[in-house]
Design a protein around this ligand. Sequence first.
Ligand code: SAM
Length: 423
Amino acid sequence: MYNVKSLKAEEFISHDEILETLAYAEKNKNNKELIESILKKAEERKGLSHREASVLLECDDEEITNRIYSLAKQIKKDFYGNRIVMFAPLYLSNYCVNGCLYCPYHFKNKNIARKKLTQEEVKKEVIALQDMGHKRLALEAGEDPVNNPIEYILECINTIYSIKHKNGAIRRVNVNIAATTVENYRKLKDAGIGTYILFQETYNKESYEYLHPTGPKHNYAYHTEAMDRAMEGGIDDVGLGVLFGLEMYKYEFAGLLMHAEHLEAVHGVGPHTISVPRIKPADGINPDDFDNGISNEIFAKLCALIRISVPYTGMIISTRESKEVREKVLSLGVSQISGASRTSVGGYCEEEDEDDNSAQFDVSDKRTLDEVVKWLMELGYIPSFCTACYREGRTGDRFMSLCKTGQIQNCCHPNALMTLKNI
Ligand code: SAM
């Protein structure tokens, strides 16, 4: 039975509730009066429930879609200004004991080189990232209690924060590692992490179990309840996401919003971020083998609907997506992007040979960070690398005036600063 406040995965992500939501959306997709009232609620910046948002997703009236886009653009502007938060993923280790069907890290894959960074290598990677201008990282690792235990992750975080290089240090370390215990979340909190990110992959339990046939990740409830344990362990900022392409997007969309509603209802605070990854080609992985790929149009609509449904939640897009797709969804609500990412272990210091490839997936946006910064500035955005600008205020104008007066000079990307000085 559906219960938003339950701590049991199958109750707060109730399969029956999702099916009923999809049926409700189908039944009401042409219900003009209802759709108007939902749009009115969204215009008041009150967010939308999973049922309301699902009706808008199901409605394929072009005029309504255009209104959703305009509203998403306006909410994005009002809440986030022109500021775009920049970050880079840092792959620590690709050792993994799980058997995920969509991920090349799965333990049966003997084709990819297995690598784990030493602390010396972590330092080199971080210095290379800092030299590009990065200040925020998202740590990535496979799940392997022997090769990548929590102690290893904590040691890496400690190493990263201790590096002082040129114009400062890494300001925020977000962590994307497998679901773990309350005790381990507390350790991550004590190590000073920013956001704990964990993608649900799919909210459909049956598909989830099929896609994760072996390993600790097979346990749907343990994975789905991870954010509650993270919050119990003191982590305030958690990041949700599904891997679009694995299951029916309408199902995932309802599940994602139900998860956000659950966190809000139980902990008084919704997710800090929502990521919108789509499955990409990787070693031995062909996205076409999965039946639920979504077009760029549907993807854009999903981003716009997330923006109006959870206005306060940051939205993240990675270099899995092309420049063109990123440009489109930036205007519709995305507030954080990665730039110049390498998805291989040690990839920032060394390009890998074809036959020594440790990468997780192919990136689409292969531009350098300078190119990404220039592009953002040309589009009228302010790329933000530091957390100082965040603390000083959310709006782009405030950020820009601080940049101009040089108050946050030390933590901004040199190109962004140079362009701002000329404004
Ligand atoms: N081991 C952690 C876990 O189990 O959640 C971290 C996962 S991994 C380093 C980060 C994310 O990459 C996964 O959660 C998954 O959604 C995504 N991923 C895996 N294979 C992918 C692929 N072929 N294309 C795009 N994203 C992929």
